[in-house]
Design a protein around this ligand. Sequence first.
Ligand code: SRM
Ligand code: SF4
Length: 541
Amino acid sequence: MTEAVTTVTASLNKFEKFKAEKDGLAVKAEIEKFASIGWEAMDETDRDHRLKWVGVFFRPVTPGKFMMRMRMPNGIVTAAQMRVLAEVVQRYGDDGSADITTRQNIQLRGIRIEDLPEIFHKFHTVGLTSVQSGMDNVRNITGDPVAGLDADELFDTRELVQQIQDMLTNKGQGNPEFTNLPRKFNIAITGGRDNSVHAEINDLAFVPAFHEYGEVGRLGDGEKDFTPTPYNSSSKVFGFNILVGGFFSAKRCEAAIPLDAWVSPADVVAVCRAVLEVFRDHGLRANRQKSRLMWLIDEWGLEKFRSEVEQRLGKPLLPAAPKDEIDWEKRDHIGVYKQKQPELNYVGLHIPVGRLTAEDMFEIARLADVYGNGEIRLTVEQNVIIPNIPDSRLVLFLAEPLLEKFSIDPQPLRRSLVSCTGAQFCNFALIETKNRALNIIKALEEDLELTRPVRIHWTGCPNSCGQPQVADIGLMGTKARKNGKAVEGVDIYMGGKVGKEAHLGTCVQKGIPCEDLQPVLRDLLIQHFGAKPRQEALVTH
Ligand code: SRM
Ligand code: SF4
C-alpha cells in the first residue's frame, strides 16, 4: 500500500477501512477455504462483515448458525427454487427455517459454514443468487407482486426489475462496480395503481406516469422517436416519475422526494446505473449515520444532484409528468382474485409474520406445481401468492390442508400483521417481536370484533426493518422502565398511509412496557379503528 493510501485509510471509519483493504466480494473466491477451516478460525472481518457480500450473515445471537439473504427480483420464485431453499434449511432440523422479508425476499436460517460450497452449487443449478444482498450494496429490488397478472396494471415490472438486478450483480456473478457503495441502497419500481412496493420509502423509486406525446417530443431530445408500446395510448406515452432519497434509519426517517424527472421504461436501467454511480462516487462516507442518499441530496441540493445524474446518463432528464397514476388504496392480495388471463386466478395466502418451515416450503412448491404453473410470488407484507390457478382447479386447491395454516381469509388483525426478525436472531433487537406480535394479536382478536383490517407493524429497534412508519399502528422496540426496572417496551407510531397519497406515520407514545401493551392497543383499536369488545358486540347485535 502506498503512503498516500495508508494516510487516507487511517482517517476512514471502520467500515470504509475494511472495504478499502479488501473488497467484500473477494470472499466469493474463499468459500471453500472458509468451509474447511470453520467459522471459529475465520478472520473476524471476513466472517462478521465481508460474508454479507455473498448474502451470508454471521448471527452473534446464534454463533455458527448463519442467516442467508437471497435476492428475489420482483418477489418471484419458482417451485424448483423454493424446493432447493427448503432442502437447504431442512437439514438443520429445528434450527432451520425461513422468513419472507419486508422486501419481497427470503432469508434462510441455521446455515453452517461447512455447507456453503454445496449450497451455492445448488443455488447455481436453479438460477438463485444471494450476491450483494447485505451491507453496502443494493437490496432486493421490489416490484408489483401481481405484475403480469393484474388486469388494471399500467406496466408489467418483472423484466425491468430483472434487468436492473442483472446490471447490478453481473447476472448474479457479482459486480465489483457496485460493491462499495457508501451505504445500503433500496430500489423499487411499480407499474400498478396501488403503490404495492411502498415507493416512498426507497432511495430510488419509479412510479407510473404518462406524458403527452407532444410534450415528450417538445421536451425530449429533438427527433427522438418514442416507439409506441402496449403501454402507450395514441396521445400519451407511458413512463415513470422518479422519486429519490426515501429511507429509514435509527437517526432519521424520510419519505422519498420527487426528482422532477420522468423516464421511459427503456431508460430505467440506465437511470439506476447513473444514480448509483453518483451515489458511489460522491455519497458521504465519513459518518455511517449520514451516508444514505438523502444526506447527499441535502448537501448538494436537488438541482445539483439531478444534473450530476444527467451527466452520468449522458443526456438530460425530462421533467416529471404532471401527475402520477397511483390512485388506488393499497391491496394486500390475500384471497382469490381473477387474473387478466381468462379463466386463471391468483390466490394470496397469509403467512403469519412471514415465517416458514422446510415442510411449509415444500408444500407451497407442490401447490404451485400441481395447481399453477410452478410460480410463487412474495409480497412486502411477508405473504405468498400462487398465480395461474385455472377456474377448474380452484375448488380442489382451496380444500388443500395447507390453507388451514396459511389462510386466504384471516381475521382482520393478523391479516395485516408485519414483523421484523427481532431478538430471536437479530443482535440489534431491543425486544422479541415475531412471537410476541402473534400472541398479542391472538388475545386482541379473542377480545375485539373488527370490521376492517388494521395494519400493525412490529420492529425490534429503531432501524425500522418492520417499517412501523408505514403502519396504521407501528410498534418500535425500545427499553422502557417499569417499577424502577428496565424492561422490554415499544414506542407507538400512528398515521402511516400506504397506497395513494402515501405518507409516514409519527411517534405518538413512548416507552410502553410490552407487558402493558395489550390494553393500550385495545384502546387504540376501539378509539381509532372502530373495534368493539366482543361482549358488547354480542349485546348490540
Ligand atoms: Fe433491515 C439491518 C433485517 C428490511 C433498515 N436488517 C438489518 C440486519 C441485517 C441487521 C443484522 O445484521 O442483524 C437485520 C438482519 C436480522 C435477521 O437476522 O433477519 C435486518 N431488514 C431485515 C429484514 C429481514 C426484516 C424482516 O423481517 O423482513 C428485511 C430484509 C429485507 C431484504 O430482503 O433485504 C429488512 N431494513 C429493512 C427495511 C425495510 C425496507 O427496505 O423496506 C429497512 C428500512 C428502510 C431503509 O433501509 O431505508 C431496514 N436494516 C435497516 C437498517 C437501518 C439502515 C440505516 O440507514 O441506518 C439496518 C442497520 C444498518 O444497515 O446499519 C438494518
Ligand atoms: Fe433487527 Fe432492528 Fe432490523 Fe428488527 S428492526 S431486524 S431488530 S435491525
